[in-house]
Design a protein around this ligand. Structure first.
Ligand SMILES: CC(C)(COP(=O)(O)OP(=O)(O)OC[C@H]1O[C@@H](n2cnc3c(N)ncnc32)[C@H](O)[C@@H]1OP(=O)(O)O)[C@@H](O)C(=O)NCCC(=O)NCCS
Length: 185
């Protein structure tokens, strides 16, 4: 597979089934697909960015960024996001598709004026794309406390020249992600 043959598109309602197939196949369960379906409907996560990667006419990867808030969910907030989930179907993993989706997502987030991105994920993977491990040490605590042994999995990345462009505090997500079950291992 040549990465030049991958096309990335912004999704709309017509892509829903492709998104579900990618999420189910990448994670091997319905859990992330169900979460993604809920997130796509959650108005408190808007403006969101949802992208699909296609190889020819086959959907092979999906990424979703939804809006976050510091301390309280009011509209008078800086614009920043959380990346969740990122999913590549098994036979297309480790070929660079995840990286393409992350880069395109960051580009579109910057264009919309988003200042930062958080992620709770693989500690060795996201630093390849500019994320810094253990965001709590910089004053950005996760929505729900995470165990000390996995503190590095809570990561932050600036989308501006400033390292930490938003005020410090507890990071709240949209309503669907503000549930404790999404913050357990
Ligand atoms: C994790 C995932 C999103 C990575 O996407 P990808 O397209 O496979 O990864 P890329 O091709 O962009 O990057 C490949 C590189 O990252 C590394 N990598 C891939 N998955 C990794 C992981 N889980 N942890 C650490 N490194 C990882 C690869 O070893 C490879 O390294 P190399 O360039 O030195 O060979 C994808 O494998 C996936 O969907 N996995 C199942 C679902 C999942 O875990 N999602 C993420 C939740 S946080």
């Amino acid at each position: 597979m040549n990465l030049n043959d991958i096309t990335i598109i912004k999704t709309d309602d017509s892509h829903f089934n492709d998104i579900m197939t990618v999420e189910e196949r990448a994670f091997g369960t319905d859990k992330e697909a169900d979460l993604t379906a809920a997130l796509l409907k959650d108005k408190t996560g808007e403006p969101a960015i949802s992208l699909l990667a296609y190889h020819k006419d086959k959907a092979v990867g999906h990424i979703l960024f939804t809006r976050c808030y510091v301390d309280e969910m009011t509209t008078k907030q800086p614009l920043f996001h959380i990346l969740a989930p990122l999913a590549i179907i098994p036979e297309y993993q480790k070929m660079g598709v995840g990286g393409l989706l992350i880069n395109e997502g960051h580009k579109l987030l910057k264009e919309m004026g988003s200042l930062m991105v958080f992620v709770l994920g693989h500690i060795d993977y996201y630093p390849r794309h500019g994320y810094i491990n253990d965001a709590t040490q910089f004053g950005y605590s996760p929505t729900y406390p995470i165990p000390e042994k996995v503190k590095d999995a809570w990561m932050v990345r600036s989308l501006t020249k400033e390292e930490f462009p938003i005020k410090k505090g507890r990071i709240l997500c949209c309503e669907e992600l503000n549930r404790p079950e999404h913050w357990r291992e």
